[in-house]
Design a protein around this ligand. Structure first.
Ligand code: AMP
Ligand code: MG
Length: 492
């Protein structure tokens, strides 16, 4: 990457570069955002703007909503739509950003580089039959849940702004339209590599691989086989990411290869949802009829997707096809061990266990089995464990649970640390609040009716998920009995 220049002094504090636009033309298409009739502010992420070293006060002015709608472009933006392909529900498809327009990469004085993208900004050459637009509720949903993920410590794309467009979008019914400004380390997907590979465009494939390494994994450039090292680095990041998802009960819902960012950030908040009751078979997406993307399948699906990435990279891995396959298999073969290591490290932290000991995995799995059997609330069970060291009955009087609790206590005592210290450490990694579906739906319903205060309140609570004030206790409540199962929608 070229050195970071001095801030350009543009209004808003933007400091643009366009390294993606300099990649071969096969990877992108120049496009201007469409116009909308009446852009208006809905929400602006000041914390994020400050973190990006933007001029938050200037950007948040009422007159600047049009900057986040695509009607007016910041000086120095160079809009384009990214090309990609993807395996959707296992089937290969040619895609591309059908409704997302990259304005460029903003660089901070610390040398960070962030994609700034408008989602819902109008048709692009990849829109197929779509209108290029987005509805307000799903964009607010992405804003809320991505901010919750960030606060939970999970790598994710961020949301800088949502503006309404003053124009309806037509889904089953007319809905208010909106544009979301998404911020990402990059929007390079597994599907971006599949696109270059499917076109047998070696130049584009290699340029993309080198760009990705330079941007996300610079150490891999010095490896003996840099492209194999790139694949290995992506495999490792995904193993870590999916382990984190599993431990907060996050169900992505549409883990198509075009929705997997090679940076290791969670990307694409369409039909995602969090577990209430612990259930490996949990599926929330209304179109995932066969449970391909069920909670318990996410690690396997990640490896399936990474295998598509490895296939795409084969021409770069070795000059001889059979050797390239051997390299790919060796790297992919590391995923289960990486995942298991991350998963167990996080499990130990959640249960207050120090250092690995034989029997830890059984202890973890026995608890999960009990939680699954009894439909225990995923988040609250872990949170309450910290408070229930002396009193298992406050969680359950079930004999199976009491038996487990005895084994856990014995393991804790053998560590010789005060239970209070263990409890404090546990509460730092077991959230009290997650974005519960029934609450998310309620605040979005109010927002669409023009009342943003429930949204703002939930957002505030989700920004500090490990601390919950007593007056906010209702945000930790599971859905009331009889609440219909949550069904989420894709591509809205
Ligand atoms: P998603 O389900 O959001 O991952 O979208 C799958 C693909 O469809 C992506 O390439 C999107 O850019 C595209 N897409 C989704 N919604 C629209 C829309 N309303 N108009 C055009 N393209 C869309
Ligand atoms: Mg997508």
């Amino acid at each position: 990457m070229p050195p970071v220049p001095k801030p350009s002094g543009e209004q808003g504090g933007w400091c643009w570069d366009h390294s993606y636009a300099r990649l071969p033309e096969a990877l992108h298409a120049t496009v201007r955002p469409g116009r909308v009739p009446m852009p208006q502010w809905v929400v602006f992420n000041r914390n994020l703007a400050d973190g990006l070293r933007l001029d938050a006060a200037w950007l948040a002015q009422a007159g600047n909503a049009d900057l986040f709608s695509g009607n007016r472009l910041p000086d120095g933006a160079q809009p384009l739509a990214q090309a990609y392909a993807g395996h959707q529900y296992g089937r290969f498809t040619i895609l591309g950003d059908g409704r997302a327009i990259l304005l460029g990469e903003h660089r901070t004085p610390d040398g960070e580089r962030w994609d700034i993208q408008l989602k819902g900004a109008g048709r692009t050459p990849f829109s197929r039959g779509g209108d290029g637009r987005a509805a307000l509720a799903p964009m607010l949903r992405e804003f809320l849940i991505s901010e919750a993920m960030q606060a939970l410590g999970i790598p994710t794309t961020r949301s800088l702004a949502v503006v309404s467009t003053g124009e309806p979008v037509f889904r089953e019914t007319p809905r208010p339209g909106a544009v979301l400004t998404r911020v990402a380390a990059s929007h390079i997907r597994v599907g971006t590599f599949e696109w270059a590979a499917a076109r047998r465009d070696r130049e584009a494939l290699e340029a993309l691989a080198i760009h990705t390494s330079a941007r996300h994994f610079p150490a891999t450039r010095a490896a003996r086989n840099p492209h194999a090292a790139l694949l290995a680095a992506i495999v490792e990041r995904q193993a870590s990411l999916i382990a984190r998802w599993q431990w907060v009960g996050f169900v992505h819902g549409v883990m198509n290869t075009d929705n997997m960012a090679v940076s290791g950030e969670t990307l694409d908040y369409g039909p995602c949802a969090f577990l209430d009751a612990c259930d490996p078979a949990a599926v929330f997406s209304s179109i995932d009829a066969h449970g391909r993307y069920a909670y318990g399948r996410q690690p396997d699906i990640a490896l399936w997707n990474l295998t598509r990435l490895a296939e795409s990279l084969l021409p770069l891995l070795h000059a001889h096809p059979a050797s390239a396959v051997a390299v790919a298999q060796e790297v992919l073969g590391e995923f289960p061990a990486h995942f298991h290591r991350h998963w167990m490290d996080m499990a130990r932290a959640k249960l207050g266990l120090r250092g690995p000991e034989a029997g830890d995995e059984d202890l973890v799995r026995d608890l999960l089995d009990w939680m699954t059997r009894t439909g225990a609330d995923f988040t609250n069970t872990f949170r309450e464990l910290g408070d229930a060291m002396e009193d298992p009955g406050s969680i359950s009087n079930d004999a199976g649970f009491r038996h487990w609790h005895c084994s856990w206590k014995a393991r804790l005592h053998s560590q010789g640390k005060s239970l209070e210290a263990v409890r404090a450490a546990m509460q730092r990694c077991n959230p009290a609040v997650i974005p519960r579906n029934h609450q998310v739906e309620a605040v979005l319903d109010a927002a669409v009716e023009g009342d943003m205060s429930p949204f703002d309140q939930l957002l505030t609570v989700l920004q500090t998920p490990f601390e919950l004030r007593s007056e906010d206790a209702k945000f930790a409540d599971p859905p009331p009995p009889g609440t219909p199962p949550c069904r989420t929608l894709c591509g809205t």
